[in-house]
Design a binder for this molecule. Structure first.
Ligand code: 15L
Length: 273
């Protein structure tokens, strides 16, 4: 069951980019409960509009289209992106140019808050026997992780220079259930994803904050202490899935880099020529 909205904040209009994507589809009905109007956008088909919803098909790399998208919105939940490892040429338009277009449009329209879907792949080349924190130096595990590191740096620049507040969410594995042993550490339930996005939208002072998106899992590689001010309290855990996942994968081949590094298979996806 979805979490009840605890935040008193009710927005007039929120923009959700990537609304047709895997996590956009999860967030779309949930965000609608927290705003009078939800503007849902994607490059892909969005179906029909719910009451109080505006649908806009737009390419993130289209600067003019993105400028129109941000008109009259209170805040942006920016989830639009290529969301797995691809060649640099495939990542560049939506993830790098597109995120720049979102921040530039925010500056021009005076939008003061952006929740940016970053990824754990910003730090995917840390080992699974390390516990890191949001201020650990980035170690992207591919072009996708690199594009998210760019987005985080952009968020920092637009905070320092233009006072646009952002929360960069280094999302782990946001799925209905953890699917393998790695996800015992990286899993983020959909309800906790909603809690995380709401906390990021409503915490009064965030500057540019970075936080890992994970549930209250027993094993963790990420220490979110430096982002406690956001007030995110995960309520789900991967522990109930542990026995089943360990019996499905009783041993792990440690010669496989995917089993040694936090980014899993992303660390060995590519090259693309
Ligand atoms: C991500 O950033 C991806 O978007 C998603 O497809 C998952 O692979 C996830 O990371 C993960 O690390 O499990």
């Amino acid at each position: 069951m979805a979490p009840h909205p605890s935040a008193a904040t009710h927005f007039k209009r929120l923009l959700l980019t990537g609304a047709a994507g895997a996590l956009g589809r999860v967030l779309r009905p949930r965000l609608k409960r927290h705003c009078s109007v939800l503007r849902s956008s994607d490059v892909a088909e969005l179906g029909s509009a719910a009451p109080g919803e505006e649908l806009v098909i737009a390419r993130l790399e289209d600067k003019a289209a993105v400028a129109d998208l941000l008109r009259d919105v209170d805040a942006v939940v920016h989830f639009g992106a290529v969301s797995t490892e691809h060649s640099f040429e495939e990542i560049l338009p939506a993830n790098i140019v597109g995120t720049y277009n979102v921040y530039e449009a925010a500056r021009r329209h005076g939008v003061r808050r952006i929740v940016f879907a970053s990824s754990n792949h910003v730090t995917g080349f840390y080992r699974q026997d390390e516990v890191i924190h949001p201020r650990s130096p980035p170690r992207p595990d591919g072009y996708y992780g690199l594009s998210k590191a760019f987005g985080e740096n952009l968020a920092q620049l637009y905070w320092d220079r233009y006072a646009i507040q952002s929360v960069s969410l280094r999302i782990g594995s946001a799925l209905p259930e953890p699917k393998d042993r790695r996800m015992l550490a990286t899993w983020l339930s959909h309800d906790d994803l909603e809690r995380l996005v709401l906390a990021a939208l409503t915490a009064p002072v965030v500057g540019h904050s970075v936080i890992y998106g994970m549930s209250d899992n027993g094993a963790t590689w990420w220490d979110n202490t430096t982002a406690r001010h956001i007030g995110f309290r995960p309520q789900d855990s991967s522990e109930p899935f542990r026995v089943a996942l360990e019996s499905r994968q009783p041993s792990l081949d440690l010669d496989d880099s995917a089993n040694r590094f936090q980014g899993g298979v992303f660390v060995r996806t590519g090259p693309f020529d």
